[in-house]
Write a protein that binds this ligand. Structure first.
Ligand SMILES: [Zn+2]
Length: 500
């Protein structure tokens, strides 16, 4: 179809405009763009062409949404360049036909060539053959893209109906089995989820459940401290019943203003698709119903007079039992005497000890730098993990494309098998790395010092501005594990404060 090209035909090319663009839909990353750039630069240098870079920062679907392309076209109109050079023809755009024609006509009118690196080809759109090839290429690009997009979406929907897990991340307490494409209970986390459910059924408040977990240094799903909202979201999620809920939203969250895709929105519950019994449940239907009843019946806000600021927090330094609080004859609150004989005393001693310790801790944290190293390590690992997961998804997409090529008769069965196998091998390698990094991530300390300092500042101001004993109790439980009280005689009181 294409006529053979002769370099000599294009001797007039001296100065080119290099156009670079990441294609979001193809999952391009910064590295891909760098690769494109270096390929283009290499070709330019080897041919002795001078070049100017037009690098698109935003990636709109249509050329109207791409400022660099608009700038380039107006420069081309003024015949500033001998050619536009892009990595492949898809870079110019996949928007409606109008865009493609606009670029084509601009190139024709200004006698500007078009060069692609992949495959390496120079188009002269005033030459009929080249013009046809250009049309064909850009049509193929758009067609292929639409097909992939459609297939990807259909795959997700069909997968959902088959009870396959189709979201990016497995919910806390589960792992994703890539081969079976479904969720499996994470045996390490099973007891944690069960404990949460049991506590909630016993009537513990969400804040107290969070406190219990933080006291045991059990990291939250995001490897941080547990918050009541995280627990309520978990208990309300039907995933733990063994169901998969899909179609909760439509459109693309990352949509750019000029894009032609649907705007993002959440869908009402009656539009959701719920597929039951897809994986092992961690919460039974009966438990779930009880929990939901509890959530909906929860009273607005009643103050519990039995809860004082340090209720549940004071431990006896002699026998390790929990010490209670009581009101003394003078009306003042204090620590009640322990069964073991450890004497109680004024609550102000505890309050002062807590504030003193907290302030000392704050000063200490300011001097600690070591956590930054940990944080950097964590960030690096997280970034690596994201990249690996994306790479893994790319392999999946590639396998789909190979199968598509087979269906369309482009590949024979041998070629299809060979190519699929290669991708599969690559995928397994990536999956192994992902497991490795997940392991490393859990060993990195989950609380860093900056987080702690912010929490401490908030704590101090909250305590100073609060009168209710019950609320103070909640605030203390945000950062304290317990307070150990020991009193030998009238004068010697020791108060030790332990943080979460
Ligand atoms: Zn005691």
């Amino acid at each position: 179809m294409l006529l053979e090209q002769h370099e000599s035909d294009f001797e007039s090319i001296k100065h080119v405009a290099a156009y670079l663009r990441k294609s979001q839909s193809m999952g391009d990353k910064d590295e891909d763009l760098l690769k494109h750039k270096s390929v283009i630069e290499e070709v330019c240098e080897s041919r002795g062409w001078s070049y100017v870079l037009y690098e698109e920062v935003v990636t709109g679907d249509t050329i109207e949404g791409r400022p660099k392309m608009l700038e380039l076209l107006s420069d081309v109109e003024r015949s500033q360049y001998d050619a536009i050079f892009c990595f492949d023809i898809d870079r110019l755009g996949r928007g409606g036909g109008g865009d493609r024609e606009k670029i084509g006509i601009t190139l024709q009118h200004s006698d500007t060539y078009l060069i692609t690196a992949n495959p390496y080809k120079i188009y002269d759109l005033n030459n009929e053959n080249d013009d046809q090839a250009y049309d064909m290429q850009s049509f193929m690009g758009r067609f292929e893209y639409k097909m992939i997009k459609k297939r990807f979406k259909a795959g997700k929907r069909i997968g959902l109906r088959l009870g396959r897990w189709v979201n990016a991340q497995a919910p806390h307490g589960y792992t994703y089995n890539r081969k079976l494409k479904q969720l499996e209970v994470d045996e390490e986390k099973r007891p944690i989820i069960r404990k949460i459910v049991e506590h909630a059924l016993e009537g513990m408040t969400l804040a107290d459940i969070a406190w219990e977990l933080n006291k045991k240094h059990i990291p939250s799903p995001r490897n941080k401290k547990w918050a009541p909202i995280t627990i309520s979201r978990m208990l309300k999620s039907q995933v733990y019943l063994g169901h998969i809920v899909g179609n909760k939203s439509e459109g693309n969250r990352k949509r750019v203003a000029t894009s032609s895709s649907k705007p993002f929105k959440y869908l009402p519950e009656d539009k959701w698709v719920i597929v039951k019994n897809c994986h092992e449940p961690l919460i039974t239907e009966e438990e779930y119903d009880l929990l939901m009843k509890r959530f909906s019946n929860r009273p607005k806000r009643i103050y519990n007079n039995k809860i004082h600021s340090f209720t549940g927090l004071i431990t006896c330094g002699k026998c390790n039992k929990n010490m209670t609080m009581k009101r003394f004859g003078n009306g003042k609150l204090g620590v009640a005497k322990c069964e073991c004989g450890n004497r109680g005393g004024d609550i102000e001693l505890v309050e002062k000890a807590v504030i003193d310790t907290v302030e000392a801790l704050r000063d200490n944290l300011n001097n600690i730098q070591i956590d930054d190293v940990e944080k950097q390590k964590k960030n690096m690992l997280n970034k690596k993990l994201d990249d690996l997961i994306q790479d893994c998804d790319k392999q999946d997409l590639a396998i789909e494309r190979i199968e598509e090529a087979f269906e369309n008769g482009l590949y024979d069965i041998q070629k299809t098998r060979k190519k699929t196998e290669e991708r599969q091998q690559e995928k397994w390698k990536l999956e192994k790395e992902i497991r490795n990094i997940r392991k490393q991530l859990t060993s990195v300390d989950s609380f860093d010092s900056k987080e702690r300092i912010t929490a401490i500042d908030k704590f101090i101001s909250d305590i100073e501005n609060e009168d209710s004993g019950e609320i103070k109790n909640k605030i203390y439980k945000d950062i304290l594990n317990n307070i150990v009280w020991t009193r030998d005689n009238e004068k010697r009181v020791s108060v030790k404060v332990n943080f979460l």
